[in-house]
Design a protein around this ligand. Structure first.
Ligand SMILES: Cc1cc2nc3c(=O)[nH]c(=O)nc-3n(C[C@H](O)[C@H](O)[C@H](O)COP(=O)(O)O)c2cc1C
Length: 173
């Protein structure tokens, strides 16, 4: 424990990495660059049904936050299990070149092949420590059947239902 009852950042990060999440890419048009911009985001939350609100928490110094502030609308792409390379690409951690499959819907860039597409209009941006909470109204959406990409302790996972594991275990007994 650090002095003054504050938790050290490294321990906080280690604890939070034990919270399993899905993976999204927030996509937004970058006017200065003249092309779509994306960033990988696990801090995504469904907030309200009426109205349909979602929240993403973005680093204050991220290019994505700057673009969202300028554009007023952005996309949220919930990644499917086959999109790990896109997750790495949009976290700037990719070692292999990736050509992101951007498509456009209602003027917002989205990633083809995602499990879910949300078209979001920004309604509030709240500063929160070294991040900002972007709350947005979901104006349109589409979703596919399939399985999500999962993230836990800095690694990507695919989900296997417990019943499938039980069946496999039963097969070897
Ligand atoms: C699995 C994963 C989840 C991430 N989640 C977030 C997040 O919730 N918020 C955030 O600001 N950055 C998150 N990042 C880091 C950003 O993707 C990364 O800093 C990105 O390069 C920011 O891009 P930009 O500054 O060009 O917009 C995450 C990275 C990974 C690999």
């Amino acid at each position: 424990m650090a002095p003054g009852g504050r938790v050290e950042a490294a321990r906080f990060r280690a604890a939070m990495s034990r919270f399993l999440s899905g993976v999204t890419v927030v996509s937004v048009f970058d006017r200065a660059a003249g092309r779509p911009h994306g960033l990988t985001v696990s801090a995504f939350l469904s907030v309200s049904l009426d109205p349909t609100l979602v929240l993403v928490s973005l680093a204050k110094d991220s290019r994505g936050l700057e673009c969202i502030g300028q554009e007023g609308r952005f996309g949220v792409n919930i990644l499917g299990e086959h999109q790990e390379r896109l997750a790495l690409h949009f976290a700037r951690r990719s070692h292999v070149p990736v050509d992101p499959p951007f498509v456009e819907r209602d003027g917002v860039p989205l990633l083809a092949g995602s499990l879910v597409h949300l078209v979001v209009r920004t309604v509030e941006i709240h500063p929160a420590g070294d991040h900002a909470l972007c709350i947005g109204l979901v104006e349109d959406l589409e979703y596919e059947e399939g399985w999500p990409l999962a993230y836990f302790r800095s690694r990507f996972y695919r989900l296997v239902p417990q019943e499938v594991l039980d069946r496999i275990a039963g097969h070897f007994l």
